[in-house]
Design a protein around this ligand. Structure first.
Ligand SMILES: Cc1ncc(COP(=O)(O)O)c(C=O)c1O
Length: 455
């Protein structure tokens, strides 16, 4: 594999995807030189007092947190730890339905009882923000809830009003955990939204590797609440590896202590936005006046008014322009940018967008795929799903699923264990699958067959 990756990296392909270092850091230190274990003088991630604590303090300063923890198992382990630290088995939790699959894994693993809040609709198939008024009502209806979990920004860069949501949670005596995996770059320039801890979240997690110059799996768990520091530390000792990588921790240090040129990065984005404003058929979304704050580093380009779909658009970018994007959905693509992008990369993308746009015609009919924005009926909590058998997916209507099904990326479940497979859900899965979207479940045989629960 290594030779193939190196050959690919030396080729022409330009990465508008993670990791945020874009293979564009010429550090010159071979990773093997940095690969150490907890020998004397080099600190211990699970009890940091020396070098590791210094990096954590730097992170806390940048994100204005009371405490930061380095993560070397991705935001995923921070999400598991945060939810464990803030809850007890059997607790009720309020979960935004567009959360990452790891949130749903935590709910199952920790035996929690979720009440879901469906975010607003930002486009026919794109989740928007969590509505604070609806959240307040849900909290009033569920006064025993212990934790609220939301994702902000979303994979598409949409931010919820964390200030208001944090205020509501404080008033109701509920902790707020924000999965800010896609917002690690927010504190580095004023043109980005405010980060969650600054807005009053109790706990947040940021994936450095997604949008910052850091290696894959690096992330930070942050808290602005002294009460949860010890529970977080305890939970991390369960979910983080006992052999933390010094290569990854050194990468976090470099990421947080280097002065990156964010002004030039913002200029590149603004230039692309100006060029994209001339497009007739493709559309760079969320740039006009809107009622939510948005991460301009995310380039979400809709094909809804063109005679191509997102999957074909991504193929053209790959084949003709050697541009690899982060994600292709039915009606849009996501190109992820970072401070490590080059002028050449942006110029290539601008040229590609303008040329593809001018070759597109109006679509024959409606070129969009409506997602399902209503919550499926729940029969069992995820931790209650035990007895299972396999049936053909085409016969599954009315059965209770024993697997989460999600489109990947980004890993947001379409249906969660314990919910009823309605005709709408089955229709959506079939439509997505037929249109080349990667729909998966924990079972290899999906979508031919599916595990269902016996009630
Ligand atoms: C919103 C969100 N949260 C969490 C994660 C998990 O992050 P990591 O890959 O750093 O474990 C992802 C991954 O794509 C994500 O999109």
């Amino acid at each position: 594999m290594k030779d193939e990756i190196l050959a690919y990296a030396q080729g022409e392909a330009y990465p508008f995807h993670m990791p945020g270092h874009k293979r564009n850091i010429k550090d010159g230190v071979f990773p093997y030189q940095l690969d150490l274990t907890e020998i004397d003088g080099f600190d211990n991630l699970h009890h940091p007092e020396g070098y590791i604590k210094q990096i954590e303090d730097k992170a806390a300063e940048i994100y204005r947190a009371k405490r930061a923890f380095l993560l070397v198992n991705g935001a995923t382990c921070g999400i598991l730890a945060a939810i464990k630290a803030a809850t007890m088995r059997g607790d009720k939790v309020i979960i935004a339905r567009n959360c990452h699959t790891s949130v749903f894994h935590a709910v199952e693993l920790l035996g929690l009882k979720p009440e879901f809040i469906m975010p607003e609709r930002a486009a026919s198939d794109i989740f928007g923000c969590v509505n604070p008024v609806k959240l307040e009502k849900l909290l009033s209806d569920n006064p025993d809830a212990k934790l609220v979990v939301i994702t902000s920004p979303t994979y598409e860069g949409i931010c919820s009003d964390v200030d208001s949501i944090a205020g509501i949670c404080r008033e109701k005596g509920v902790k707020l955990f924000v999965d800010e995996a896609h917002g690690a770059h927010f504190p580095f320039h004023d043109d980005f939204p405010n980060s969650a801890i600054c807005c009053g979240a109790d706990i947040s997690v940021v994936s450095l590797h997604k949008t910052m110059p850091a290696m894959t799996q690096t992330a930070l768990l942050l808290t602005g609440d002294s009460e949860v520091i010890q529970p977080l530390q305890t939970a991390l000792s369960i979910f983080q590896t006992s052999s933390p990588s010094y290569v990854l921790m050194s990468s976090i240090e470099t990421c947080l202590t280097t002065k990156w040129d964010f002004d030039s990065y913002i200029k590149r984005i603004r230039k692309l936005e100006a060029a994209a404003a001339d497009m007739k058929r493709l559309k760079l979304l969320f740039r006009d006046k809107r009622d939510f704050s948005y991460d301009i580093g995310k380039l979400v380009i809709s094909t809804q008014k063109a005679d191509i779909g997102g999957i074909e658009f991504a193929k053209i970018l790959r084949k003709k322009y050697k541009i690899e994007v982060e994600m292709a959905a039915y009606g849009y693509i996501i190109a992820m940018t970072s401070v490590c992008d080059t002028n050449e990369g942006f110029e290539r993308l601008i040229r590609a967008l303008l040329e593809i746009d001018s070759s597109c015609k109006a679509p024959d009919g409606k070129n969009e795929l409506e997602s399902v924005f209503s919550l499926p009926e729940r029969r069992l909590f995820p931790f209650e799903v035990v007895a299972t058998r396999t049936i053909q997916f085409c016969d599954a209507q009315g059965f209770v699923t024993a697997e989460d099904i999600f489109a990947y990326p980004p890993g947001i479940p379409i249906i969660v264990k314990g919910e009823v497979l309605s005709p709408e859900i089955i229709g959506l899965v079939n439509r997505l699958y037929k249109n080349g979207v990667n729909v998966i479940s924990s079972e290899a045989s999906f979508p031919g067959s599916i595990l269902v629960a016996d009630l």
